[in-house]
Design a protein. Structure first.
Length: 268
C-alpha cells in the first residue's frame, strides 16, 4: 500500500483507549489459552510499553531468549510514562534476556546471523496491540495511519524471521480494529495467515495493557483508574512467509485445542 508522509508521532506506541467498549470475554475464560511460543525459542517483542508482557514470559513461561524492544529512548523516558516499568526491566534482564531502547517498529534493523547469506534469528516476533497513538477522532485517518504502521512493521520484521518462524500481532476485536484488515495487509506484504486465536491476558500473570500516553492518573495525580485493555476481547493473528513451512511450537508450549472455536488457515 502507498505510504504518506503525514503519519503522526510514535509509530510503535501502544493502543489508546477505544471509543466503544466491548463486552467482557466471559466465553473464553474457561478455554485453555493458546501459547504460540515455547520457552526455548528466540522471541522478539516489539513495542513492549511497560514490559509487563516480557516479564511474564520470563517469570511465568520460563522463556530463555527474549529480546524486548521499546520506542522510548532510555530507561528514564520509559519510567516517566510507566513508573513501574523499572521493575519489569529488572526481571527481564535478571534472567539474561535483553531490553533494547529507541527501537521503532517501522525502522528497526534486522536481527540476523552474520555471513554471506544472513538468516533471521527470531523464531517468533510478537507485536501486541500496535497503534500509532494520538487523540484524533478521524476514524478514516486513524485506520490509514495504523495500516501504514503494520505494513512498515511487516517489512522490517520479515528479515529477522528464522526459517519457518512466525509473526504474531494482537489486536482488539471490533471496530475500528477490524477496519484495518490486518489479514490483507499481511498478504500484500508477502505473508500468509496460518491461524488466529483468542488472546487471553490471564495466561500471562502480571501482564497489564500499556496505554500509548502512559499510566492513567486521577485528579490527585495518583496512578489508577481508567479502562483495562486486558479485560477486552482481543485476537492474535499468526503470520508466516508465503510458501514457507511453518515451524510448529515445540511440545513445551501450549497448543490450540480443536474446540477452541477459533480460526485456522489463511482464508477465514
Amino acid at each position: 500500500m502507498k505510504k504518506t508522509s503525514s503519519a503522526p508521532g510514535p509509530s510503535s506506541a501502544r493502543t489508546p483507549a477505544p471509543n466503544k467498549k466491548l463486552p467482557p470475554h466471559t466465553g473464553s475464560q474457561h478455554q485453555e489459552p493458546v501459547i504460540p511460543f515455547a520457552p526455548e525459542e528466540s522471541i522478539l517483542l516489539v513495542g513492549e510499553g511497560d514490559l509487563s508482557f516480557a516479564a511474564s514470559l520470563v517469570e511465568h513461561h520460563g522463556c530463555e531468549s527474549i529480546t524486548a524492544t521499546v520506542l522510548e529512548k532510555n530507561l528514564g523516558e520509559l519510567t516517566e510514562k510507566y513508573p513501574h516499568a523499572v521493575e519489569n526491566v529488572a526481571k527481564v534482564e535478571a534472567e539474561g534476556c535483553r531490553v533494547l531502547y529507541g527501537v521503532d517498529a517501522r525502522k528497526m534493523a534486522p536481527f540476523t546471523r552474520k555471513g554471506k547469506e544472513p538468516a533471521g534469528l527470531m523464531d517468533r516476533i510478537i507485536f501486541n496491540f500496535p497503534h500509532v497513538g494520538g487523540k484524533s477522532t478521524d476514524v478514516n485517518r486513524q485506520v490509514r495511519y495504523n495500516q501504514e504502521l503494520l505494513v512498515d512493521f511487516f517489512k522490517r520484521a520479515m528479515p529477522s524471521l528464522s526459517p519457518g518462524g512466525s509473526i504474531i500481532v494482537t489486536l482488539f476485536e471490533g471496530e475500528p480494529y477490524t477496519l484495518w484488515n490486518i489479514r490483507d495487509l499481511g498478504r500484500h506484504s508477502g505473508l500468509a495467515v496460518e491461524r488466529s486465536f483468542r488472546f487471553q491476558a490471564t495466561a500471562y500473570p502480571g501482564y497489564h495493557h500499556a496505554r500509548t500516553l502512559g499510566v492513567v492518573r486521577n485528579k490527585q495525580g495518583d496512578v489508577g483508574g481508567g479502562w483495562k485493555g486486558e479485560d477486552r476481547l482481543a485476537r492474535s493473528y499468526v503470520f508466516v512467509r508465503k510458501d514457507d513451512v511453518p515451524k510448529p511450537v515445540p511440545a513445551s508450549g501450549k497448543r490450540k485445542r480443536p474446540e477452541d472455536g477459533d480460526s485456522s488457515g489463511s482464508d477465514d
